[in-house]
Design a protein around this ligand. Structure first.
Ligand code: ASP
Length: 388
């Protein structure tokens, strides 16, 4: 019988929690258990490998993402409308997430030495240096633009960039096979220290993230739909029901594309060229749920490390989340990989990923649904802006 990776991760997380609780209860340090120190090592290798892949992933995905866009341009008016829409909704999403986190502060007051020790520079935007991720993002964006300018001459290079991107995604899926064991070790160590209070804090965090994501999906986006596209949100939700359920079930905006396309053109009456143009780009470029999630996750990790992220640092988090979401493909848990970049941008420990991946399934379902909703509303807004 083949057990899916998600089930394995879930089982690993569950076992890790049980080990952690038992060890925490008996007062043994995780290092005292050879089994756990072995698993902890696996966890470190797992995070180390992901970290290694981060730079080439960010570079190739942003460069290729921008360069590939040139093929999809149909109308001059569509582009600016789509970019303006995307910038508005993703920044609103990040701002909502950050505000909720600043108000509710899940994770604050919980003492996890493991995180604190590994985050000596946390809370400050990392100074620019050659290996700084911002330099990579800017270089990648420039490369993408140069590839567009080069046109036909740039095609061989674009092919290579696309191939490297595919290779890295493949590599990441291989590394993810280590996730169940790595997460088991990381969680056991964390829970042994923080005991049940960590589980309580995680529950609170899940509720806060879901609440804000649902708020964005049920209040902010419908309001934009109503104001900018003059479409009734009630009719929109009725027409898009199937696509939203598919997004929830698959946790992949890319996999949902055919369903969203059909619902938008047949039920909402969106021009098929506009829908075909906006949706695939939106599935990659415009991810409200993911941007909001990454901003919130960074603040949550900061709370766990007991560091306060200043307003400028929170702005860095927001802008980085918006920038890297361009590179996140619309597949399950893609946001976890780009989250590394967001954590890194303000010096937060990547070890926190073990914890976040363990609870990502329920959160991914809701944020993917909002990602898809945002893309579909984008198509409605763009259609109105293009005067169709
Ligand atoms: N699963 C999301 C999507 O496909 C991406 C993410 O992990 O945030 O839209």
């Amino acid at each position: 019988m083949i057990v899916s990776l998600n089930t394995q991760i879930f089982a690993g997380a569950l076992l890790g929690a049980v080990f952690g609780l038992v060890l925490g209860h008996t007062g043994l340090s995780p290092a005292a258990s050879p089994l756990l120190s072995g698993l902890d090592l696996l966890g470190k290798i797992f995070i180390g490998l992901l970290k290694l892949l981060m730079v080439p992933l960010v570079f190739t995905s942003i460069a290729a993402g921008i360069a590939n866009l040139k093929h999809s341009g149909r109308s001059r008016r569509v582009w600016p409308a789509l970019i303006l829409y995307s910038l508005t909704t993703t920044s609103l999403a990040a701002a909502t997430g950050l505000t909720t986190m600043n108000l509710i502060k899940p994770g604050e007051g919980l003492d996890i030495h493991l995180f604190k020790a590994s985050a000596p520079h946390a809370g400050t935007a990392q100074p620019l240096s050659a290996d700084n991720i911002f330099v990579i993002i800017v270089l990648a964006a420039l490369t993408g633009i140069i590839l567009i300018v080069l046109g036909k001459k740039g095609e061989p290079l674009l092919k290579i960039v696309n191939k490297v991107f595919e290779f890295i995604m493949r590599f990441i899926s291989i590394v993810m096979r280590l996730a169940p064991l790595g997460i088991m070790g990381l969680l056991a160590g964390l829970i042994a220290q923080a005991k049940l209070s960590l589980l309580y804090v995680l529950g609170k965090y899940i509720l806060v993230v879901m609440g804000s994501t649902i708020f964005h999906g049920l209040v902010t986006l419908p309001l934009i739909l109503w104001l900018a596209a003059k479409i009734s949100p009630r009719l929109f939700f009725k027409a898009m029901k199937e696509a939203l359920i598919t997004a929830f079930a698959t946790s992949s905006s890319t996999a949902t594309l055919p369903v969203s396309l059909r619902c938008l053109t047949q039920n909402v009456g969106i021009d098929k060229y506009i829908a075909r143009f906006v949706l695939p780009i939106g599935a990659v470029l415009n991810m409200d749920g993911t941007v909001m999630y990454e901003a919130m996750a960074a603040l949550f990790v900061a709370n766990l490390c007991q560091v306060h992220l200043s307003l400028p640092a929170q702005m860095v988090v927001m802008l980085t989340a918006m920038a890297v979401s361009i590179g996140a493909p619309g597949i399950p848990s893609a946001g976890m990989v780009t989250l590394m970049v967001v954590l890194q941008s303000v010096g937060l420990p990547l070890a926190a990923l073990g914890l976040l991946i363990a609870i990502d399934r329920p959160l991914d379902t809701v944020r993917t649904m909002v990602n898809v909703e945002g893309d579909c509303i984008g198509a409605c807004v763009v259609q109105r802006a293009a005067g169709n």
